[in-house]
Design a protein around this ligand. Structure first.
Ligand code: KIV
Ligand code: ZN
Length: 521
């Protein structure tokens, strides 16, 4: 393989999984879930964690504050629109990060956003940007400013804003491709233009933030660092608004794998990438496609005979990075019903799960039940077992289910759930066992949510494999995703549906402020 270069510039990794990532439909997380992700980001050793948008709601504020109080190492950023209220509230949350709190304030600078969203002329936007940064600087020297929709902004105006906010004290200036519109060549030139035309540009780190609407977010981020950007904003599994953000694992591994021609490095502990990806899927229910680079189930699978032959002779024939380098440890030992607690715990730890004793004991009980039903328990089964136990206290809990169905019988499901600990039971009819089960759950929970998507798959091979069901439900403009696994797919469906309902319940009645709502500065 090609020689690595010696003098590598360190690119700062700004992870926005908990802010932009959480804006993915159905990806909302509660405080405990956000904290769990933040702990994994700490293990990954990212430079900055954008923990949320504190003004959005009391829940968002508390989550950012808790992360700032708990996480040691990375800087903790909060997002704020360019107005006094947002910035003050943001500081109230990130100030707990003990000298590592960052205020990230932004305003849109493209004609289209200024005219139709902000309804402000460019001069007013410029003034608001300066005022926002000055206020943020009053709280902390660690201030990032973003020109929202920078890619579609007139270059001269962009340079004027960037120069002004650096003068006002911004230490990082972000040039986002908010709508995922640019291509590498163009983005390179935008960053280069700013380097050459903003006189004080060396007093700030240039950051880039790419959305993936054209599938170019990683390529664009690489082009930007080649032009001089020093920070890249990204998310685990590439989650984020619409088509998502630049995928952290893809960007980081591109730099590591091609450091022969890309003279850059990051501080990320790449062996923590797979655990981070798995944890995010477990927490949000959003699964990655099997062929997803770096963390997809097939990313290191070599199916074709010719590839397998090559791999057996010399791995580098088809492998450009090792599975170990991204934290994918091949399971030497498949667990079964005779496996003890020690082996179970060890494997979970190798997979990146650090569970406290209580959660571990419950997971071990579920493992024993599963091992009685299934001869061999694989890593994917363990993911599902852990996922089952991380929800904490929720409103609805599935207790029992009995289904009758067949080619002649009308499918009937009798379901018992507990609602805040109180038992209730009913029967539902449907045109199949899943329909009947969901019908019964709908009656018990009195939900008005509509089922938008239902997917079923097998976690591993074999007829004794666990079925995995993912559902997406919507109530008005709120959506939630649920995921359930069981050797019985009817039970997996019920679990997935109830998980989605619980997620929908969490945010009910909570008024959230949208970052795209324009407010007068
Ligand atoms: O996409 C975007 O422009 C953003 C900014 C707030 C950085 O998310
Ligand atoms: Zn964004």
């Amino acid at each position: 393989m090609a020689e690595k270069q010696k003098d590598l510039k360190t690119i700062r990794i700004f992870d926005t999984t908990l802010r932009d990532g959480e804006q993915s439909p159905g990806a909302s997380m509660n405080i405990d879930e956000k904290l769990r992700i933040a702990r994994q980001l700490q293990k990954l050793n990212v430079d900055v964690i954008e923990a949320g948008f504190p003004i959005a709601s009391d829940g968002d504020f508390e989550a950012v504050k808790k992360i700032a109080q708990t996480i040691k190492g990375p800087e903790i950023a909060g997002l704020a629109r360019a107005n006094t209220h947002d910035i003050t509230r943001c500081w109230e949350a990130v100030k707990y990060a003990e000298g590592k709190g960052r205020i990230h304030t932004f305003i849109a600078t493209s004609i289209i956003h200024m005219k139709y969203k902000l309804k402000m002329p460019p001069e007013a936007v410029l003034r608001a940007a300066i005022k926002a940064v000055e206020l943020a600087r009053h709280f902390t020297p660690n201030v990032e400013f973003s020109c929202e929709d920078a890619v579609r902004t007139d270059l001269k105006f962009l340079a004027e804003v960037v120069a002004a906010v650096i003068d006002a004290g911004a230490t990082t200036v972000n040039i986002p491709d908010t709508v995922g519109y640019t291509i590498p060549f163009e983005y390179f030139n935008i960053i280069k233009y700013l380097k050459e035309n903003v006189p004080n540009i060396d007093q700030a780190v240039i950051s880039v933030h790419c959305h993936n609407d054209l599938g170019l977010s990683v390529a664009n981020s690489i082009a930007a660092i080649q032009a001089g950007a020093g920070q890249v904003e990204c998310t685990i599994n590439g989650i984020g608004e619409r088509a998502g953000n630049c995928s952290l694992e893809e960007f980081v591994m591109a730099l590591r794998t091609r450091s022969d021609i890309l003279p850059f490095r990051t501080n990320v502990v790449t062996e923590q990438l797979t655990p981070a990806s798995r944890l995010l899927t477990t927490v949000t229910g959003i699964v990655v496609q099997p062929n997803k680079a770096i963390v997809g189930a097939n990313a290191f699978a070599h199916e074709a005979g010719i590839h397998q032959h090559g791999m057996l002779c010399e791995k580098t024939t088809y492998e450009i990075m090792t599975p170990e380098s991204v934290g994918l440890k091949t399971s030497l030992l498949v667990l079964g019903k005779h496996s003890g607690r020690h082996a179970f715990k060890k494997r979970l730890e190798e997979m990146g799960y650090a569970l406290d004793d209580d959660v571990l004991n419950k997971a071990f009980e579920r493992f024993k039940t599963l091992a009685d039903l299934k001869k061999e328990v694989f890593d994917e089964d363990l993911d599902a077992i852990v996922a089952d136990g991380v929800q904490g206290e929720e409103k609805f809990k599935l207790e029992h289910i009995t289904v009758t169905c067949g080619s002649f019988a009308i499918a009937t499901a009798t379901v018992q759930i507990s609602t805040f600990g109180e038992m209730s039971r009913t029967a539902g009819l449907g045109d199949g066992p899943v329909d009947a089960t969901l019908e019964a759950i709908k009656k018990l929970t009195k939900t008005k949510a509509k089922l938008k998507q239902y997917n079923v798959g097998a976690i591993t091979g074999g007829t004794d494999a666990q079925g995995e069901v993912t559902v997406r439900i919507a109530d008005g403009d709120r959506t939630a995703i649920g995921r359930g696994a069981s050797t019985d797919i009817i039970e997996a469906s019920a679990k997935a549906y109830i998980q989605a309902l619980n997620r929908l319940e969490r945010g009910k009645g909570e008024k959230k402020t949208d970052m795209h709502d324009a407010v007068t500065p």
